[in-house]
Design a binder for this molecule. Structure first.
Ligand code: G6P
Length: 369
């Protein structure tokens, strides 16, 4: 049954632990029984237009913008449609070029973020097809859009978004795979493979959550750091951004997420024996490059906390601490690798005596500019 706050010290922890269910609830009913088709009921009428789109623009703020970035990588790689991801606050004022027939997707947990709503209204006036991916049913963004898909994460109370993020990524992943199939970019067998990868996610998340005592132990080691750097590439670059955002939001430790390949263009200057560097990795095409990033950090005495695929013996010897996640296809690895980073941020904030559910200066939903 549903988890009660009473079982957990904070809503955020409860929401992190709900993710096996909320991810399942989000794809449930959208994957056909014989697991060979994705059905997005809310988009049925507009899907033929989406398939024809020359461009997709995805808008969001905060964590929702990170989910959008994952989608950019997925849609371009598999559906081969150009995608742009923008902060709603930038898009609405910079006089962007919007062509009729462009598809604009707003990603918003609350469906009430002022900048996202205003950006959508602006795009709608210019003839774009506007879609929403919202968690709150009947919210302003859900009502303003032409069509959309709800995330079924349930009410999220912790200000730092967790289960809403994985639900957004779940919907966007289904969307990307469906679009790829309908555009003839992937065949039926590949779609089925991806669907099976998705169906395995809840159990794999469950497996990660079981390791929370280890994550807590590692958090205790780094709780007094002043800065932290998070690195990732490909699908795991947005995860690095999201991991850093979680940490700074709730623990007030300064944290920066960076594309690992950009490390040499700045953040490497920060590396010394006081800097924890969280490296998000998977057994993907970037693996060797990430290994060399780790070597660069180790050569400067930085501490490496690596999120790795179970059984990755190479990184085991190089990293100071490891968060293992079950193996998956790289295209769905964001849904797994983000989970230990949510817990890591949670435990650090807890040990620093912070108000995890109500961090200072932040609001759950920013309904004013
Ligand atoms: C605030 C919240 C974040 C959230 C962002 C976007 O900053 O604290 O958790 O990611 O707004 O909110 P939305 O409801 O549009 O997803």
């Amino acid at each position: 049954g549903d988890l009660e706050k009473g079982d957990f010290e904070h809503y955020m922890l409860k929401e992190i632990f709900e993710q096996p269910n909320t991810i399942r609830d989000t794809y449930r009913g959208r994957i056909r029984k014989d697991q060979d088709e994705i059905v997005l009921g809310g988009l049925i009428d507009v899907f033929p237009k989406i398939v024809q789109a020359n461009r997709i623009i995805i808008l969001g703020c905060g964590t929702s913008w990170h989910a959008a970035l994952v989608a950019e990588y997925l849609i371009e790689e598999y559906a081969r449609v150009p995608v742009e991801v923008e902060y709603a606050s930038e898009f609405r004022y910079r006089k962007p070029i919007i062509n009729p027939g462009d598809v604009i997707i707003a990603v918003s947990q609350s469906g009430e973020t002022a900048d996202t709503l205003a950006a959508l209204k602006m795009a709608k006036k210019q003839g774009a097809i506007i879609l929403g991916i919202c968690n709150v049913v009947g919210s302003s963004i859900a009502r303003e859009t032409d069509a959309g898909v709800y995330t079924h994460a349930g009410t999220e109370i912790g200000v730092a978004s967790t289960k809403a993020f994985t639900a957004q990524v779940t919907v966007l992943t289904l969307f990307a795979f469906k679009l790829a199939k309908e555009r003839g970019q992937i065949d039926a067998a590949t779609l089925k493979m991806f669907i099976n990868e998705m169906l395995e996610i809840p159990e794999k998340v469950e497996n990660i959550l079981l390791k929370h005592p280890h994550i807590k132990t590692v958090a205790a080691k780094y709780k007094d750091a002043v800065n932290a750097l998070y690195l990732g590439r490909g699908y795991l670059f947005p995860v690095a951004l999201e991991g850093a955002l979680k940490l700074k939001e709730i623990s007030y430790m300064h944290a920066e997420g960076y594309a690992a390949g950009e490390m040499k263009h700045g953040p490497i200057a920060l590396v010394d024996d006081n800097l924890p560097v969280v490296v998000v990795s998977a057994k993907d095409d970037y693996y060797e490059k990430v290994v060399s990033n780790i070597q660069e950090v180790k050569a400067r005495k930085g501490n490496i906390i690596a999120v790795v695929t179970e059984g990755d013996s190479g990184l085991r010897t190089m990293a100071d601490d490891l968060f293992e996640v079950p193996e998956s296809h790289p295209a769905v690895a964001a849904l797994l690798t983000v989970v230990p980073l949510q817990l890591f941020a949670y435990y650090i904030a807890l040990m620093r005596g912070c108000d995890v559910d109500q961090p200072r200066n932040l609001a759950k939903s920013v309904t004013v500019e």
